[in-house]
Design a protein around this ligand. Structure first.
Ligand code: LRH
Ligand code: MN
Ligand code: MN
Length: 427
């Protein structure tokens, strides 16, 4: 199924007057405050957020999975799904593959299918946290950190193979997330495990094409419940520094202990030019992978405040981070959920963009906590959704993507095409 231009135009025609009223009012208010609305709308339109191939089917928990109907059955259908999202919001123009959950059989055909939807390939993800039928050694006790050389070698080779797939598809980054760790005190020698991980990563790094980046994702616990080898941003940062200039830390919002100040981590990493990628989701307790912005929208905004500060700082060397949604759960239609997630990310970005940064710095320099709070909260409390809608309008996307998704009965049509019991591969 494809969403046609005339369907977007018809939908936009219905909402146009209402949108213009709201946008003009907001634009005028912001311009009076000295904000250049056009620049912000352009930045919003330019922000593309990659969709992971594993977010298109209903996720599950270790207790069960309740499949939705009409889910994609193949990589081709996952790309078709992202094509639908991208047609609706023009903000989801990239896919991130997890190998071997999604092995592209014919890379040329997959690449041209994706480009027919205007979709490029974002970072490729390796997987050494599950055993595959074809492999010789088990990852039960780790992969890149494993005590046995053969297991480490197998995991290194897998990462190199993933880079090869990525090269064929036009990806420019490899994301490594390890579940390596231990479940019981004294089970693993911390120092040796970390040293072996560094050695293995160095082997992978040596095979990284010169125009590629490697992202090292950290996580404090799960599936290991006593220790994780790459447990926090400090460990990831240490490894990235030792590897070299192509290595960066990746922040996944769900990978922090409760109340961690993630925005401060972002600021520190950007100061060092080492923030490479971002996995968006939301959580109440741990790695809950819930819809972005559904639990802690203020935290998301404060994170974007630091991201904007970092991206606009001419003195830092931080590259533009790779943005991706990393969420998967049991309850919603995955496509509707992804539309909501993209919207939440862009709302936080827009709110951060309208902060008067000169005034904020002045308040900070004067230790005026009240003024600083007023400045950021007045941005947070502004309804910036008309700016997002305007950015969509200018990109020929739908003024209200979720509304159009429902009006066109997209899921119903996908069920007709794919059948009720279609089950996505992967998670
Ligand atoms: C680990 C993680 C990592 C994986 C993905 C499936 O919790 O966030 O990014 O690749 O989930
Ligand atoms: Mn992640
Ligand atoms: Mn995770």
């Amino acid at each position: 199924m494809k969403i046609e231009k005339y369907q977007i135009d018809q939908h936009n025609y219905l909402y146009e007057k209402q949108h213009e009223r709201k946008f003009n009012f907001l634009a005028e208010t912001l311009e009076q405050e000295g904000i250049n609305v056009n620049t912000i709308v352009t930045k919003l339109a330019d922000l593309q957020i990659a969709i992971p191939s594993w977010a298109l089917g209903t996720g599950g928990t270790r207790f069960g999975r309740f499949s939705g109907a009409g889910e994609p059955r193949s990589l081709e259908e996952k790309i078709e799904d992202i094509g639908l999202l991208h047609a609706l919001n023009r903000s989801s123009g990239a896919i991130s593959l997890h190998i071997p959950w999604d092995i592209p059989e014919n890379t040329d055909a997959i690449k041209s299918l994706a480009s027919s939807y205007d979709i490029v390939f974002d970072a490729v993800n390796s997987n050494t946290f599950q055993d595959q039928k074809t492999q010789n050694y088990s990852y039960k006790f780790g992969s890149l950190s494993h005590s046995q050389k053969e297991v480490r070698q197998q995991a290194v080779n897998h990462n190199i193979e993933v880079i090869k797939y990525g090269e064929m598809l036009g990806s420019k980054a490899l994301t490594v997330w390890l579940s390596d760790g231990s479940c019981f005190p004294a089970q693993q020698n911390f120092k040796k495990a970390l040293q072996r991980t560094l050695d293995s990563l160095q082997e992978i790094y040596a095979c990284l094409p010169t125009d590629w980046q490697i992202f090292i994702e950290y996580k404090p616990y799960e599936p290991n419940f006593y220790s994780t080898v790459i447990q926090d941003w400090g460990t990831s940062f240490l490894l990235a520094n030792k590897l070299g200039h192509q290595a960066y830390t990746l922040v996944d919002l769900g990978h922090h202990l409760p109340n961690t100040n993630i925005e401060q981590i972002v600021a520190t990493l950007m100061m060092e030019g080492k923030l490479g990628g971002f996995h968006f989701n939301d959580s109440k307790y741990g790695d809950d992978d819930l819809t972005v912005g559904s639990i802690k929208p203020y935290q998301l905004f404060l994170i974007f405040n630091e991201l904007v500060e970092g991206m606009e700082d001419k003195n830092t060397q931080n590259p533009v981070p790779a943005w991706m949604i990393d969420a998967s759960h049991n309850v919603k239609d995955p496509l509707e959920d992804l539309l909501q997630s993209v919207e939440a990310i862009k709302i936080a970005y827009a709110q951060a963009l309208i902060i008067n940064r000169e005034m904020l710095w002045e308040a900070q320099d004067n230790n005026d906590a009240v003024k600083a709070q007023e400045i950021v909260q007045s941005a947070f409390r502004t309804d910036v959704r008309p700016l997002l809608a305007e950015a969509r309008k200018r990109s020929s996307a739908a003024l209200s993507p979720l509304d159009l998704f429902r009006k066109l009965e997209v899921r119903k049509r996908l069920v007709t095409e794919r059948g009720k019991l279609a089950i996505a591969t992967g998670l």
